[in-house]
Ligand binder design. Sequence first.
Ligand SMILES: Nc1ncnc2c1ncn2[C@@H]1O[C@H](COP(=O)(O)OP(=O)(O)OP(=O)(O)O)[C@@H](O)[C@H]1O
Ligand SMILES: [Mg+2]
Length: 401
Amino acid sequence: MTETPAGGDVRLVGISKTYPHSASTAVHPLDLTVPQGAFFALLGASGCGKTTTLRMIAGLEDPTTGAVLLGDRDVTRLPPHKRPVNTVFQSYALFPHLTIFENVAFGLRRRGVTSVKKQVAQMLDLVQLGEFAGRRPHQLSGGQQQRVAVARALINHPQVLLLDEPLGALDLKLRRRMQLELKRIQTEVGITFIHVTHDQEEAMTMADTVAVMNGGRVEQLGAPTELYETPRTGFVANFLGTSNLIAATVTGVFGGTVTVTAGGTELKVPADRCATTPSSGGRLLVGIRPEKVSLVHADDAAVAGTVPDGRNRFSGTITSASFLGVSTQYAVATPACGTLEVYVQNTGRDSRLAPGAPVVLHWDPEHAFGLDGTQPDAVEPDPVQPDPVQPDAAASTGERA
Ligand SMILES: Nc1ncnc2c1ncn2[C@@H]1O[C@H](COP(=O)(O)OP(=O)(O)OP(=O)(O)O)[C@@H](O)[C@H]1O
Ligand SMILES: [Mg+2]
């Protein structure tokens, strides 16, 4: 690879890809800027175009339209080895017959660098594998091999490191450890990381900015908290965690608050947390995360002051309760808007909260968000069940009176 001055954002300008003999477009024209030094995640389900996007940045795939820029330099026509970019693949692709030292030294040797010892030692220290320099890849664990792959890519001092599901082969515990490890390495070396994953938790843990892809398009881009707290589409609302989405009709907009009605119940949503400009009579999907909803037994809710004034409030019946240790997940059937999911932290358990129990759900209107109620993936409320207690609901409950 060529030496280029460090620095510069990665800019994708109208980049798209339609594979030959393919009826569908893998990546629709995409404009995207990854700031220099960012830890950027491309997140999406299988087949949404993540790898294709990464391969176009690496030069392994020719874009059908558009350009790839690094800083001010157009690299669209440069072959992969001339770009200041390295890729770490899921399979690591280490050389099995070479020692760890020689695997890491490979990029330097290929460029004709003769004294590699110091640089290799530095890299092995960075990934905390100094003592393994003399081993071969098969003598290392999956996580250690993965770190060798990172060291081997970083020794070339790329401007950008591309990582395509690099933790995919690891078990969950090791994955979590490696996420923190990669984050530490990125902070230490300060170069741009573009990390592809289908795991929302992984993207949120590691990245400063996440682009959520769906069907070859970026649906939303932002900091993890921003995507989680104010998703702009139903897809994002349910790809990152879970959201209750309630189909409602707007009844008024006053002083920054949107008032809606859903199945005869009035709800409030802050106007600045709506992805559309709501107007009276229009449709709005009101979103609320399950952990933001409080749940009380109907007997308690009847006592004045239990549910503070100004909260959005629904009556319902518990249909299932699943005990998960740290929390209990409830499904609550409401006459007004179908079934809502509620997560209650396991601080003190109320044995009355079992399937069949009448309850009141309530939440701070500031925690709700509004989505375009006419978007294709907008949900309709479930039909109200005459008997909300499912026959197998009791079996799924961990709550015992
Ligand atoms: N070489 C190819 N020829 C034709 N179609 C392809 C080719 N590579 C990928 N595709 C198609 O392009 C789309 C996007 O594929 P891509 O590999 O970018 O998805 P992905 O988001 O990386 O998925 P995964 O999470 O499964 O790796 C898919 O529909 C895929 O079938
Ligand atoms: Mg892929």
